[in-house]
Design a protein. Structure first.
Length: 362
């Protein structure tokens, strides 16, 4: 089962039952997703695109088995209508959970990806504005709000919350369909995001959805590997907004243990680094990346990441005096002196569909 989901579904929380009718669903959601839905309940829905209106396709009519293209269109059209508020979440959950309507997890994933690629591209200015408001709220209430708590709500827009809630419910009502569809959607999203032609607004939205799907499965490492692969691409400075966007969906992705000393007299210590190699390396690279930019927006971006991930600013002071090879040397020391360290292949192309499902709620 998906992490945090229990056989039989368990009880729907009071907070979930108090959501507006259009956001209701029959089975319980993780607390962080319920909070995210509550945050966006008053947001407007995106407008339906003209090509959906003019297509003449009847989304509610089930498709005979074996007609894969029609099934893909059926999934895409109903998903669009869900994300635009034309269908209630409960309705789509029941439609997609029935094997009479959808029996192929690959087609469910591909139809969802078709919806995202062709119909969904939120304006980046709106997203950045809402993200900054979220960070200001955390800053204002930092004595009582901890972004590393399991229940900390993901930063998602209303259509994204609905899509996540849909897959969370399918995973409980039809385990063989839902879990396999999530793994397939994670894989296809990753492959699409690595394409050089993906428009920036769409890439930003896809990164949030990818991270949230991994959070449903409780898999921090998978998102870290994705960020590592993403940083191998030649990102434009404007695309750096993707990094805090991912972190705001799940701050634990780049959080590190605060009680472990990493620096001593200006040198990175191997001891303590071995349990958090990837997160510390990503923190070091992202700090260097943002600090090379002179515009104030990037300093603000870095401060927001420090706020959400609870970074101590020791790497910043270290980088002012030492080149990257000091961190590299510490990592090499770990690999050559500690036989217990096992390095998994960082490429996600070999990763998500064979990784065992974690059992701990994230």
């Amino acid at each position: 089962l998906t992490a945090g989901m229990r056989p039989g579904g368990g009880d729907v929380s009071l907070a979930q039952r108090q959501l507006p009718e259009a956001l209701q669903c029959p089975l319980p959601l993780p607390a962080w997703l319920v909070s995210a839905l509550d945050d966006v309940k008053d947001q407007p829905y995106p407008q339906v695109t003209s090509n959906l209106k003019e297509s003449g396709f009847s989304p509610l009519i089930p498709v005979p088995k074996g007609e894969n293209q029609k099934l893909l269109d059926y999934v895409a059209a109903n998903t669009v209508m869900l994300m635009c508020g034309l269908l209630h979440l409960t309705t789509v959950v029941r439609m997609f959970s029935s094997e009479k309507n959808v029996s192929d997890p690959v087609q469910l994933a591909l139809g969802t990806l078709k919806c995202i690629m062709e119909q969904y591209s939120p304006e980046i200015d709106l997203v950045v504005s809402l993200f900054r408001h979220r960070c200001d709220t955390v800053q204002h209430h930092k004595q009582v709000v901890n972004p590393l708590d399991f229940s900390f709500p993901a930063f998602l827009l209303k259509p994204e919350c609905l899509l996540l809630s849909l897959f969370a419910n399918i995973s409980q009502s039809n385990d063989s369909l839902g879990v396999r569809a999530i793994a397939e959607l994670i894989r296809t999203l990753y492959e699409a995001m690595m394409k050089p032609w993906v428009y920036y607004h769409k890439l930003y939205a896809m990164c949030r959805l990818f991270t949230a799907l991994c959070r449903l499965q409780g898999d921090v490492v998978q998102v870290q590997y994705f960020m590592w692969d993403l940083l191998q691409k030649p990102l434009k400075p404007a695309e750096y907004h993707i990094l805090p966007g991912i972190v705001c969906v799940w701050p634990r992705v780049l959080a590190r243990k605060q009680d472990v000393a990493l620096l001593c007299k200006g040198t990175v210590l191997s001891h303590g680094l071995e349990q958090q190699m990837l997160s510390c390396t990503l923190e070091f690279i992202i700090t260097a990346l943002l600090k090379t930019q002179t515009e104030p927006v990037y300093s603000i971006m870095w401060r927001h990441m420090c706020l959400l991930c609870k970074w101590k600013q020791e790497f910043l002071h270290f980088q002012e005096k030492h080149p990257l090879n000091s961190l590299t040397k510490a990592l090499m020391d770990i690999l050559t002196t500690n036989s217990n360290i096992t390095i998994e292949p960082h490429s996600l192309r070999q990763f998500p569909w064979r990784r065992p499902q974690p059992s701990v709620m994230a």
